[in-house]
Ligand binder design. Sequence first.
Ligand SMILES: NC(=O)c1ccc[n+]([C@@H]2O[C@H](COP(=O)([O-])OP(=O)(O)OC[C@H]3O[C@@H](n4cnc5c(N)ncnc54)[C@H](O)[C@@H]3O)[C@@H](O)[C@H]2O)c1
Length: 359
Amino acid sequence: MTVNADPTAALADGTAGGRPAAPIAVAVIGAGFMGERWGRALHEHAGARVAVVGDPDAARGGALAERLGARHVADAREAAAAPGVDAVVVCTPEHLHLDASLAALEAGRALAVEKPIAHSSEEADAIVAAAERADVPVLAAHVLRFEPRYAAVRDAIARGEIGRVVAVRQERIGVAADRARLGERTTVALYYASHELDLARWYAGDLVEVHGYGDPGELLSGALRFADGAHGTVQVGWCLPDRTPGFGLAGVTVIGEHGALRVSQGDSGLLAVGCDGQLDADVAWAPELHGRLGGALAREVDHFVAVARGDQAPLCTAADGAAAVRASLALEASAGIGSTIEIERPRHGGSLTEETGVK
Ligand SMILES: NC(=O)c1ccc[n+]([C@@H]2O[C@H](COP(=O)([O-])OP(=O)(O)OC[C@H]3O[C@@H](n4cnc5c(N)ncnc54)[C@H](O)[C@@H]3O)[C@@H](O)[C@H]2O)c1
C-alpha cells in the first residue's frame, strides 16, 4: 500500500488526491462523550458516513444512531464486524477496547482506538499483533498530536530549530470530578499519563526508564530517561478543585541544545467571563465552528478518513499506543514499589535521531 505520510494532506472535502471518492462507511463503538464527538465529526465529513453505532446502552446508542442516520447494534463485536463497514472507531471505556478492536481487525477494517489503546501491555500488544496479521492500519487516537501547538513543537524539533532534545517536562493535572467519574474504571496514569508519555516519546524518542513518585490514585510525578540521552519529568493527577479554569493544568516544555519550546495549554487566547466568574470555552478540542465540529478532533477525523482510504500512514500507530500504555503502567507501578522501572524497547525502533535526522 502506498501512503502519503503527510497528515496535513487532509480529505475534508471528500476527495482523494483530487479524484472524487465514495464516503467510507464507519462503525462507531461506544456512544458516550467521545463516541458522540467522533460520530458527529465523521457525519459532517464529506469523505465518510456513520453506518453503525455500537453500544449496549440501547437508549444512548439508539439516539446517536438515529441522529447520524445509522443502525444501532448492541453488541460491540457484531457492530465492528457488521457487513459493509470499511472502518471502525472504538470509543468504549478504557478497559473495554480489546474485543471490538480485535473484531474490527479480524474483519480487515481500518481501526481508530481511543487512548489509552488498552488497559494492559498484553492487551495493547494483542492489538498490535492483530493489526500486523490483518495488514490493516491502526490509528492510536492520541488527539494531542492533532492540536496545532503540540504538533508545532514536534515540527520545530524535526526541523532542527532547537537542536537535539535535551529534556522534556510534561504536565496534565485534572480536577477531582475526573477521579469521581473515572476512578472506578481506570487510573490517572492510563487516563492522563498516556497522553503525556505519548507526546514525550514523540518529542524525545524511545523512553527507556521511569521512576515514579506519589500516589497512583491521585497525583504522580515521574523522572524519565530516553534512549537518545534526553531526560525529563512528567506530572499527572486528578485532584484540583472542580472550578479550576480549563478543567485543570496542562502543558509541555522541551529544552533543546540551543533553544526551547513551550505550550501552556490553558492560554487559549480567549477569556470568557459570566456572572459567576470565568467560563470554559473550547477553542482547541471540539469547538462548534460555523455549525460544524472543528479543532483537534476534526483534524484527527480527517486524518483517520485518509488512513482508512490508504492515502496516509497513521500519525500515531498501534505500536505507539502500546508504548504509551507500557510507559503509563510503568509510571504507576514504579510509584507503587518505589524503584526505577526499565521499559522494554518497543519493537518498531523509534529513535528520534533516526526518524528526524536531528542529531
Ligand atoms: N482524546 C480525548 O481528549 C479523550 C477525552 C475523553 C475520553 N477519551 C477516551 O475515550 C474513551 C471513551 O471515553 P468516554 O469519556 O467517551 O466514555 P463514556 O463513559 O462517556 O462513554 C462510553 C460509552 O461506551 C459504552 N459502552 C460500555 N461498554 C461497552 C461495550 N462493551 N461495547 C460498546 N460500548 C460500550 C457506554 O454505554 C458508553 O455509551 C476512553 O478510552 C477515554 O479515555 C479521550
